[in-house]
Write a protein that binds this ligand. Structure first.
Ligand SMILES: [Zn+2]
Ligand SMILES: [Zn+2]
Length: 93
């Protein structure tokens, strides 16, 4: 049984209530809305988690790119850049 990550409840101006199940795309981290009873359309076969249509398309090109890995890569790139800038400054002295 599919468990939605969260449920979004929208209350209209006349007191009507709309409930939407939502799931988080494991790749880009976007929250996607689902119709009641609907399950996410795409599952990544590598990390075995739900992903959005956009990331499902990207899967062919980029492969499995979970958000955590993306952030790690970014962190590494920033660390590298900071190190490079430090060296550059020290050289200029
Ligand atoms: Zn996504
Ligand atoms: Zn994946």
């Amino acid at each position: 049984m599919f468990n939605a990550h969260s449920t979004e409840i929208i209350t209209g101006p006349y007191g009507e209530r709309e409930e939407h199940d939502r799931f988080r795309c494991n790749h880009c981290g976007a929250h996607k809305r689902l119709k009641p009873g609907e399950t996410p359309e795409f599952t990544c076969k590598i990390c075995m988690d739900f992903i959005c249509g956009f990331c499902a398309n990207r899967l062919m090109v980029d492969g499995c790119t979970p958000q955590e890995k993306y952030l790690e890569d970014m962190e590494r790139a920033i660390t590298r850049r900071l190190g490079w800038e430090r060296n550059f400054r020290e050289m200029g002295r």
